[in-house]
Design a protein around this ligand. Structure first.
Ligand code: THG
Length: 268
């Protein structure tokens, strides 16, 4: 399982303020803690208006790279910001993201191909995010035809079937899981990721919903997620789900995490 640490996201109020204030300590603290919690990549999203975004994103990258060697996930839909960001990184970044939108296919996909980056492919296009699974599958077929045509191997693509909040569509998690099952059968080599916390937006006690959804999505084939790596209960749920899905040989990861004190001891 690959983890993309979600916390350095300028659409979160406190992080947005830290970006405006150039608050190095606040950002570096988030970077260090998420790296130590085992993130494969740290997501960096400036979340600011397009004219400021290239500068803000490069500042975030410089700030984060000063304290950790964990590679970055460049989270932007803005081709100018991504082009500036790719020049600023020390290690090959994950590009978050491309989609079936024509602007991203013409302006971002060439950057991905040129720099040999892994890339997240969203199940949306110029018409928006499809409501139903069949249309999302159609969009992903089109995006994967484009990545293959650009010479990007399927193993470098992380399909994101897009988890929308359950609060506006109670079928949202099921649509997500159906989509990745169908894509997985047609493209056995692609990876699957998700913005996990989206699923619970607008609802109370979000962490329970995030955990239940993560477990179902793992069973459907998820092998990567953008999540809060500092959420210990979520980490425990992830280890337990992988264990019961037969993805933890000799139960090693689970038992090691237990011994390392990752889990709270349940009351007996
Ligand atoms: N797909 C892809 N990239 C994405 C998303 C996606 N990037 C942005 C977003 N969606 C994923 N990142 C976040 C980051 C923070 C939160 C949600 C999604 C968030 N955080 C809460 C907060 O700030 O208070 C705390 C988390 C919680 O309560 O669980 O909401 O879908 N490719």
């Amino acid at each position: 399982m690959q983890i993309i640490g979600e916390k350095i996201n300028g659409t979160r109020k406190r992080v947005g303020q830290a970006i405006l204030d150039r608050d190095v300590n606040y950002i570096q603290n988030l970077a260090r803690r998420q790296a130590e919690a085992g993130s494969t990549w740290l997501d960096v999203n400036a979340g600011t208006q397009p004219s400021r975004e290239p500068d803000d994103l490069v500042w975030l990258i410089d700030t984060v790279q000063a304290v950790t060697e964990t590679p970055l996930s460049l989270d932007s839909a803005n081709p100018a910001a991504l082009a500036a960001a790719i020049k600023a990184v020390n290690k090959t970044p994950l590009i978050n993201s491309i989609s079936g939108e024509s602007k991203r296919l013409t302006e971002v996909l060439p950057l991905v191909a040129e720099h040999g980056c892994p890339v997240i492919a969203l199940a949306m296009d110029d018409r928006g995010i499809p409501e139903d699974s069949a249309t999302r599958v159609e969009v992903i077929h089109k995006v994967l035809a484009a990545t293959r045509a650009a010479g990007i191997p399927d193993t470098r693509v992380y399909v994101d079937a897009l988890a929308m909040t359950i609060s506006t569509n109670t079928q949202s998690a099921l649509i997500f899981c159906d989509t990745i099952r169908t894509i997985h059968a047609a493209y056995p080599e692609v990876h699957f990721t998700v913005g996990l916390s989206n699923i619970s937006f607008g609802l109370p006690a979000r962490s329970y919903i995030n955990r239940a959804f993560l477990t179902l999505a793992l069973a459907a084939g998820l092998d990567c997620a953008i999540l809060d790596p500092l959420d210990q209960e979520l980490r425990a749920a992830l280890l337990a789900a992988e264990l019961v899905l037969g993805r933890d040989n000799y139960c090693l990861k689970y038992v090691r995490a237990y011994r390392a004190g990752v889990f709270n001891k349940p009351e007996s």
